[in-house]
Design a protein around this ligand. Sequence first.
Ligand SMILES: [Zn+2]
Length: 174
Amino acid sequence: MSLLKQWRDKAYDESANKGDLQRLWADYFEKEKNIYAELLKTPDEEVKGTVRELADKYGIELMTMVGFLDGINDSLKTPNPIDDMEEDTVVSLGFDKELLFKNMVAAGADWLYGLPEWNDIFDEETQKRLYHEQKASGTVKKAKKIYPNDPCPCGSGKKYKKCHGKNGKNRFEE
Ligand SMILES: [Zn+2]
């Protein structure tokens, strides 16, 4: 079975124990956020390596890296062959900055498009423009499942339902 299928079967398993899935996603979101924060510090540097090497580089499990590669693929300059990649497949994290920002908006992940590292890449006006362009395009990416009682992926330490899971305006809304 391919790595991607193994990851998706595990992460999107409707019949899995709810607590196990919650822990998996809480863990994933934290690591995902850290990797993006790292990547955004040097946005013009292409990070490349085998799936295993990148997992080691960021100190995460192989399957978490597979999930990350699944999530970032639509934002890359050249998508990776995620469907049949193996541990030793060379992959690239060379992302398109505008596309990545917009995809984070489309996924409703304000803890990602709100990362402070973006401020060194795009000024406030540009972030606003990209945000509104994405909202106006009507393209919605299926957000990953977060349960109300999960810790919020933004890292506030609050429950998701009390933090970013609350319906409210964010900083780009007038
Ligand atoms: Zn939050």
